[in-house]
Write a protein of this length. Structure first.
Length: 380
């Protein structure tokens, strides 16, 4: 009997990790086209998120880097008395710059915890970060443009082409005028004291904290003030929308039952120790720290459990540096003996709304999923 001939097929080469210039090698790439990378919880251990540790969420291709950033043009038009077409250089000269530590978070953060699985990028908790942003207040620019009484909604446009190469079609989301006028919102040109990297919107972007970061348009070219709900790419249907009436997991969705996801839900993470950490034998007091945030709300308390939620221990919660900053927390937990422990963290916002044990409010796109974060540690 003849032996089978060896196969001449070569094994498929493994997909190469995209080159993330200026980024931590520990970022987890969860999408290559478009580029998406999340930050492991333990990498979010800084009070101010370093630029190299901030998550990446693109919706199309990145535009070419301009060599003359101060000549980048931005238009504010639509339902305004005085439309503006202004260069970035003139914007910096005309309006007072401010610096604030502001959290941005992908609307699909936590999606991987939903069951049955949802469509979209499988974020765990790493689609969030809280750097310092420098820019001018959106409200100041809108004041100069003089909103008309008919101004209802905004439409934001960036220079990033869609994946098929169509300019301006990758994503165009917007917010109600009341949210657009929030004093926290910035037209930002710097992050952590440095010009924005291209990955994060160089030379200028919107930062609208508290809501899904898809409204914080990168490579910003236009803010269109509208007299009606915006109908750009990423609006309507099931895009960044959640059901009004709870639906059975996996059920067929009814578009009439959906509204835009606005303020992001309360969330907390343990940043130290890291998941699967080994702790020295004999340790009886375990020091923990982490972060918590709650969209447009503030966090009222953070609690931890080492016994599956049978008992809870309150953490020390710091005040935010400014509105829409995350809140850092610390805690010391008594460990009764050596062994394996799963530690749960639960945040509660100022309205009394707490994180659920498991992913709830199932929706087909997996938005607003915020179950308690848990880590495992072994003592000894």
């Amino acid at each position: 009997m003849r032996k089978p001939k060896p196969s001449r097929k070569r094994p498929r080469p493994k997909a190469r990790r995209p080159v993330l210039t200026g980024k931590s090698a520990r970022l987890v790439v969860i999408g290559a086209t478009p580029l998406v990378a999340e930050t492991p919880e333990s990498l979010l251990d800084d009070d101010t998120t370093p630029t190299g540790k901030l998550f990446i969420r693109n919706n199309g291709k990145m535009p070419a880097r301009t060599r003359q950033p101060d000549r980048w043009m931005l238009t504010i038009d639509g339902e305004v008395h005085e439309p503006l077409t202004i260069s970035l250089g003139d914007l910096k000269a005309r309006f007072k710059p401010v610096t604030r530590r502001l959290l941005i978070e992908c609307g699909g953060n936590g999606r991987a915890f939903q069951s049955p699985p949802a469509e979209g990028v499988p974020w765990t908790n790493g689609g969030a970060g809280c750097p310092e942003w420098t820019g001018v207040r959106v409200a100041d620019v809108l004041k100069a443009a003089r909103l008309k009484p008919t101004a209802v909604f905004s439409g934001h446009y960036g220079a990033d082409p869609s994946l098929d190469g169509t300019v301006g079609a990758a994503m165009s989301r917007g917010v109600p005028i009341a949210k657009l006028l929030d004093d926290s919102n910035l037209i930002a040109f710097a992050i952590n004291g440095e010009p924005l990297p291209l990955l994060h919107g160089f030379p200028v972007r919107l930062v609208i904290p508290g809501w899904p970061s898809s409204v914080s348009t990168k490579w910003l070219t236009r803010i269109w003030i509208r007299d009606r709900y915006h109908d750009g790419a990423g609006m309507g249907g099931f895009s960044y929308r959640v059901p009004v009436k709870p639906m059975a997991p996996g059920a067929r969705p009814d578009p009439k039952n959906f509204v835009d996801l606005e303020s992001m839900p309360v969330r907390s993470i343990i940043t130290s120790p890291a998941n699967d950490a080994r702790i020295a034998a004999g340790t009886r007091v375990l020091a923990l720290r982490g972060a918590a945030w709650a969209g447009d709300e503030t966090v009222a308390r953070v609690d931890l459990s080492i016994d599956g939620g049978a008992t809870w221990h309150k953490a020390d919660l710091a005040a935010p540096k400014n509105r829409h900053d995350w809140q850092r927390w610390t805690a010391s937990l008594t460990i009764p003996s050596d062994g394996y422990y799963e530690i749960l963290v639960r945040a509660t916002d100022a309205r009394g709304v707490a994180q659920p044990f498991a992913a709830s409010h199932w929706n087909p796109q997996g938005y607003g999923v915020n179950p308690m974060h848990r880590i495992a540690v072994t003592v000894g």
